[in-house]
Design a protein around this ligand. Structure first.
Ligand SMILES: [Zn+2]
Length: 157
């Protein structure tokens, strides 16, 4: 599942991770585990925080999609539709292709397909198609029609 941090593009993966783990009293979420297994920084650097088999806290379970069966990848930035750098796009493309090769039954999706959220602020289905992901590796449902309403940004990101 692809997410965005809806953060300043300068935010670092460690800042996002620390926020999940920081206590609520100190302004964090107070979780024992972060929201994402991997975070892609604005300059395209991939920061791997957890092994693939470790569930992270990226999604509220919905229609069979839950943290226990989902690997969460987050892009720094993403405050507005299509706020993603060229370098992030390159890293994401490489990473999604690698994941599908490693897990042939995986289905790629955006958080916005299973939650009332803009996250990751683009349509992961159209994006996945554009990088050559096969239909069988794309999760097509869009329960709240949020991804469907996202503008076509593939050409501009
Ligand atoms: Zn998300």
């Amino acid at each position: 599942m692809v997410h965005c941090a809806a953060s300043n593009p300068n935010a670092k993966a460690k800042d996002i991770q620390e926020w999940f783990l920081r206590s609520v009293a100190k302004g964090g979420r107070g979780w024992s585990k972060g929201g994402y297994a991997e975070i892609i920084e604005w300059n395209g650097t991939l920061v791997k925080l957890y092994d693939d088999e470790v569930p992270t806290n990226g999604v509220k379970a919905y229609k069979g999609v839950s943290n226990s069966n989902t690997l969460h990848i987050c892009l720094v930035g993403g405050r507005t539709e299509g706020e993603i750098s060229k370098e992030q796009k390159a890293t994401l493309e490489k990473r999604l292709l690698e994941k599908v090769e490693k897990y042939p039954h995986a289905k790629l999706l955006g958080h916005n397909q299973v939650a009332v959220k803009a996250c990751p602020n683009f349509d992961v289905r159209r994006y996945s198609k554009s990088i050559g992901i096969e239909d069988k590796n794309i999760f097509w449902e869009d329960y709240y029609e949020i991804a469907t309403k996202m503008k076509q940004i593939i050409d501009t990101i």
